[in-house]
Design a protein around this ligand. Structure first.
Ligand SMILES: *Cc1c(COP(=O)(O)O)cnc(C)c1O
Length: 450
């Protein structure tokens, strides 16, 4: 503890963290001596180096910044949507100051947290009422638990989606204590299938947006407005799990068309659920919008209290939704839309500037080409459509085993800001669509040489 190097560590990381690390290192050294007494004992210098790396490692957060060069814009494993600057500022306020999370400033009485985003969401979707939970999986669970306990919900066999991460519609139904009634076949479901399945135990008709797959060929699907009409003729609510659920028509921005929440409600849906951090471009959240009486019932269910969101989520969501009030600026202010609509010239410019520095950092074993590639939206939105993009494509100069490419991928992930690309056809591709901080990326390239 009195070695100068260790005293430095105490000054930087505190006494207790340093003592813990010294104990651990000495324990390991003793255990090593006991098993291999013939080997020389570790030097003082080696021991202090081990202590330093222990303390530094333990003081580093596990959640780290990364470069997402996978070409998937909304990458679930890399945190999905990036938030607009206004959302960061709003979260900052809500974290550092007291705020009216559940307080009505006018009356001085108790308020409701959902009301912070209610009028915005009503304007943006045309819904009568809204409530917000932790994610869309929670939204679907809560809607079913509140509106169809111990009763039947009718869903087409073509829509029994698995989202990944154990979200499967039949399992969610079971967890919500709802009985799933499957109708039609995988490829074809008709209006008569819905009609015939309706009985005294029916609670709702439901459509689930097949967000991460398509069924093509000999197919038939009943449109939302038709299912709504059937449901309403029988006095049943029509529920829609929209998945990504866009607030605006993305085709106006040259992107593939994805269902718009407002249109789905206008076509007769009584309750629609969708994610906050997919196409909306906000924080992780599950948005439930629809008929006032049904939303009121959903809010009264005890699960709502268990699944409610924190002030951080509400602050981020409110500011993200506010960006939609200014559609002309949306492609600049909302990072998801900015990245999805990024002009090809920008990726081309990045590729032209970064190709040579990357090649020289990688050394003679690798060649770096500029390649036309296809980005994906990700998070189960638009599974088939792709967006033209530009990548730096790293190719081994000699025929080398696939393990060399994996080792290279690992080297890129070992950088201070880990870089993740995509291995395809014995190449490592770095799709530049989501690279916005060129300076930070270029600055760490020389470390690849080490
Ligand atoms: C993504 C998705 C979900 C789950 O949403 P999370 O916000 O990730 O919980 C549920 N249903 C559909 C159709 C989806 O696409």
């Amino acid at each position: 503890m009195r070695l100068p190097a260790v005293e430095d560590l105490i000054a930087r990381f505190g006494r207790s963290a340093t003592v813990d690390a010294v104990r651990d290192v000495l324990e390991r050294a003793r255990a090593h001596r006991a098993t291999a007494p013939e080997q020389a004992a570790a030097s003082e210098n080696e021991l202090t180096q081990q202590v330093t790396s222990f303390v530094e490692q333990r003081a580093t957060p596990s959640l780290r910044r990364m470069f997402n060069l996978t070409g998937t814009v909304l990458h679930t494993n890399l945190g999905r949507a990036l938030l607009p600057a206004s959302a960061i500022a709003h979260v900052n306020m809500a974290m550092t100051e007291a705020c009216n999370l559940e307080y009505e400033i006018d009356s001085g009485g108790r308020g409701e947290r959902d009301s912070l985003v209610e009028s915005l969401l009503r304007d943006l979707t045309g819904a009568e009422a809204v409530t917000v939970v932790n994610n869309n999986a929670a939204a679907v669970l809560l809607v079913l638990a509140a509106l169809a306990p111990r009763r039947e919900v009718i869903v087409s066999r073509g829509e029994l989606v698995e989202i990944g991460g154990a979200f499967r519609i039949p399992d969610v139904m079971r967890s919500a204590n709802t009985r799933l009634v499957e109708i039609g076949t995988t490829n074809r479901t008709h209006a008569s299938d819905y009609e015939e399945a309706i009985g005294p135990r029916s609670a709702a008709l439901m459509k689930v947006h097949a967000s991460n797959y398509t069924i093509s060929g000999f197919v038939a699907e009943v449109s939302g407005s038709e299912v709504a009409q059937i449901a309403h003729r029988h006095n049943l609510p029509y529920l829609v799990d929209l998945g990504a659920g866009s607030l605006i028509d993305l085709s106006a921005y040259g992107l593939p068309k994805e269902p718009v929440v407002r249109d789905v409600l206008a076509a007769g849906a009584d309750v629609v659920t969708f994610s906050g951090d997919k196409l909306l471009g906000g924080p992780q959240a599950g948005l439930i919008v629809g008929r006032k009486d049904l939303i009121a019932k959903i809010k009264r269910h005890p699960l709502k209290r268990a699944l409610r969101v924190s002030k951080l989520t509400l602050a981020a969501l409110e500011a993200s939704l506010l960006t939609y009030r200014h559609p002309e600026r949306l492609t600049q202010e909302l990072p998801t839309l900015r990245l999805l609509t990024r002009p090809l010239e920008q990726m081309q410019g990045l590729a032209d500037r970064l190709r040579a520095p990357l090649a020289s950092a990688l050394g003679p074993d690798w060649r770096v080409d500029i390649a036309a590639v296809k980005s994906q939206v990700g998070s189960g939105s638009m599974p088939v459509e792709t967006l033209p993009s530009v990548a730096l494509s790293i190719i081994p100069n000699k025929a080398r085993a696939g393990s060399a490419l994996n080792a290279l991928a690992k080297r890129l992930r070992s950088l201070p800001i880990p870089v993740v690309g995509r291995v395809v056809d014995n190449k490592l591709q770095l799709d530049l669509r989501c690279l916005e901080d060129e300076t930070a990326f270029a600055a760490q390239l020389p470390r690849l040489q080490a």
